[in-house]
Design a protein around this ligand. Structure first.
Ligand code: C5P
Length: 304
């Protein structure tokens, strides 16, 4: 029986502009995605029934059944291809923090799509794969695309962006997780409390120019996340983490997506290693890692 594996990067949002709540329960976004060198590996093998096995960090917090986003991806692909069943054994080896605002579940869905398409030898266009990805979650298309991209609508409409050089990051994984819908709801609550009308999100032109220039000092002051006040409201201790990262020498730090992971941009790789060492010693986090990006999106790999 055959199998196939895919490796998929985590994402962070260098800019996350959130518009008003829409009728469909989503928010209009204008976001700059960046794929980072922190990966989940997804392997699918032909089997008599569907199963999901998760190994690595946070495995106990990932559902190992049909509700897993990777399993839903395999079902969606089988349905698209008109296959009678989607019976595969899915193995997910996690490095991406679970419920951390780095699109770990979306990465697993993207990996399952790629690997299952190879396993079943489907001749499927990239465009069609991206459409199936968008039905699974707002961040799944970007997990396939990778690099740096402007995301609009729910975040699933993507425009690849020019970028030069590598940015070096420290990733601080918080002790708990945060639910993405809960963080969006908290943002709506905070905004309602202020009683102001919420404008549509603006395209971050300055950041796009800075990324194309490859100048880390131009990028650093432009990092922005509209969800950050909501994540901080739900986990006030993150303020301490953000302060500690700056004090340790990072150029800038933000909450990643809906959090609670915080990411810190550093001058270069050596600086990121020094900042990570300092933050590790403080005991504010579950784990501290370094990563670089933008890196390419999901790709097939030799079987694990
Ligand atoms: O698309 P996804 O399933 O990843 O979204 C999870 C939840 O995050 C949504 O149900 C919604 O509550 C919130 N969300 C949002 N606006 C977006 C993307 C996600 O409100 N653009």
């Amino acid at each position: 029986m055959g199998g196939a594996s895919a490796r998929v990067p985590a994402k962070i949002n260098l800019h996350l502009g959130v518009g008003p709540l829409r009728e469909d329960g989503y928010h209009e976004l204008s976001t700059v995605f960046c794929a980072l060198s922190l990966y989940d590996d997804v392997t699918v093998r032909a089997d008599d029934y569907l199963s999901v096995t998760v190994t690595g960090d946070g495995r106990r917090d990932v559902p190992a059944d049909r509700s897993n986003l990777a399993a839903r991806a395999v079902f969606a692909l089988a349905e698209y291809a008109g296959l009678p069943d989607a019976n595969v054994a899915i193995e997910i080896a996690k490095q991406i923090p679970v419920a951390g605002g780095m699109a770990g579940g979306s990465a697993d869905a993207a990996g399952a799509l790629l690997a299952a398409a190879r396993l079943w030898r489907l001749d499927i266009e990239r465009e069609a794969l991206m459409e199936i990805a968008a039905t699974l979650g707002s961040d799944v298309p970007f997990a396939l695309l990778g690099g740096a991209a402007l995301g609009t609508n729910r975040g699933e409409k993507l425009l690849p962006m020019l970028h030069r050089g590598e940015l070096h990051w420290v990733i601080v994984v918080a002790k708990g997780g945060l639910s993405t819908p809960a963080v969006y709801q908290e943002l709506d609550r905070l905004r309602a409390g202020r009683g102001e009308a919420v404008p549509p999100p603006q395209r971050p032109d300055e950041l796009m120019v800075a990324l194309a220039s490859g100048d880390v000092h131009a990028v650093a002051p432009l990092l922005h996340n509209d969800l950050q006040p909501a994540a901080l409201s739900l986990q006030p201790l993150l303020r301490r983490t953000l302060r500690a990262g700056k004090e340790a020498g990072a150029l800038a730090g933000i909450v990643s997506g809906s959090g609670p992971t915080c990411v810190f941009l550093c001058h270069d790789e050596d600086a990121s290693i020094a900042v990570a060492a300092e933050l590790s010693g403080l005991g504010v986090a579950k784990a501290v890692r370094t990563a670089h990006g933008p890196v390419p999106g999901a790709r097939l790999t030799p079987m694990h």
